[in-house]
Design a binder for this molecule. Sequence first.
Ligand code: PM9
Length: 499
Amino acid sequence: MSEFNGKKRQRRSWAEPYKIKVVEPLKMATRAQREKAIAAAGFNTFLLKSEDVYIDLLTDSGTSAMSDRQWAGMMKGDEAYAGSDNFYQLEKTIRKYYGYKHVMPTHQGRGAENILSQITIKQGDYVPGNMYFTTTRLHQELAGGTFVDVIADEGHIPQSENPFKGNVDIAKLQQLIDEVGAEKIPYFCLHTTVNMAGGQPVSMANIRDTTAVCREHGIKIYLDATRAVENAYFIKMREAGYAKKSIAEILLEICSYTDGCTMSGKKDCMVNIGGFLALNDDALAEKARNMVVVYEGLHTYGGMAGRDMEAMAIGIEESVSYDHMRARIGQVVYLGEQLIEAGVPIVQPIGGHGVFVDAARFLPHIPQSQFPAQSLAAALYINSGVRAMERGAVSAGRDPATGENRQPKLELVRLTLPRRVYTQAHMDVTAEAIIDLWEKRDSICGLKFTFEPEYLRFFQSQFTPTCGASVLNDGENEGETYSDCESDILPEQHADAHD
Ligand code: PM9
């Protein structure tokens, strides 16, 4: 009970709009076991076994809890090779909520990216976008294109409080068109919410302006719709004129400014696997359907089981619910605010799918060449069993033209929240672990490569500390021996590391 204007009033909190029906027990390894596990994983959290992880904030990709409706839908899987009923259900749902004409399922988002890149990009082309995403840029490069980042400068500044840090800098886009010519730009790649900038949204006004420039020059615009529903929620909460619109209406408006989308269904759509490519142009869709049968599967399943398409259709309907989104983003904010209060440097405003810790400010004593974010993610795991992901110099990779390491302005550790999986108590434990690490940050050291694969190196690379056996030397590991903890994952086993 609190007091306001002399009147007693009840405090009103929000709560998760669901109750828990099935639980999966968690296990907490000891500090010594965690030291051993991370050394065996070459200090790469992607190479840890999930059974060694306590709270798994590696990614929100394919890690959501499905609803009872989705699980019931799984029983309606029509596993016909061709023309599955679930495909038509999914197609109808995507047309309703995203508004595109042609729908092609793919095994996940990068399947759609591969096909879109191959049918649109020629050698020597340029693909502008509001910040790179790892798999998206790689497919653009493999198809012969060069990605050009035209996000507004604030997107690269962790402290900037701009509510739409994902916005496109229209002047940068115009400059690129003037320099290389519109005929060298097959499409604009629009991200919502921008993952690598910290889950930062794009405003509707900016999407409209970007589209206007593209239309003026005859350039197509394709949406990375992976977290477009989260972006729609931010527009509702932050942009004038949208407060009274539903998330579904806002989503449809975003899509209406674009010519199609690639989608990783493993995020907003709340399924464990799947994705799609959606296009409005009949001729391009024909080409894409033909590529789907080469790389994914028949165009009515594209690498997905019938039951997964059914679960995705239901997940899409659930994703546009205001109550769902308020709890989803509310949980991210709940974690982020605890870190801000303790003085831990994070990307602000707090983003959509996770809290992004600014490793450059957390570990100013570690140069970017020694991968502070990778070190921080490893140290967090050692300290608490919480698994996070590096989003900095390791993820940025090497420039394909020069072979040099890219030096991104953002050096971040992402604490990514799976949807409907963890409780506020898990967020409390996570915040306590990070705050504890913040207090002993001087005991963390850097890393150097021992193995670096050619593509998407963050998934499978391995490292060794620059300062001895462990990245975290806080005295808690005294007396432990790690000499038998050399990485035992052989390069040929790397393909088994999950995405
Ligand atoms: N995102 C993520 O954890 C999973 C793998 S990369 C570490 O954030 C966007 C914006 C994504 C994304 C995947 C994909 C690729 C495309 N666009 O993983 O192939 O965040 O389904 O989607 C991951 P798939």
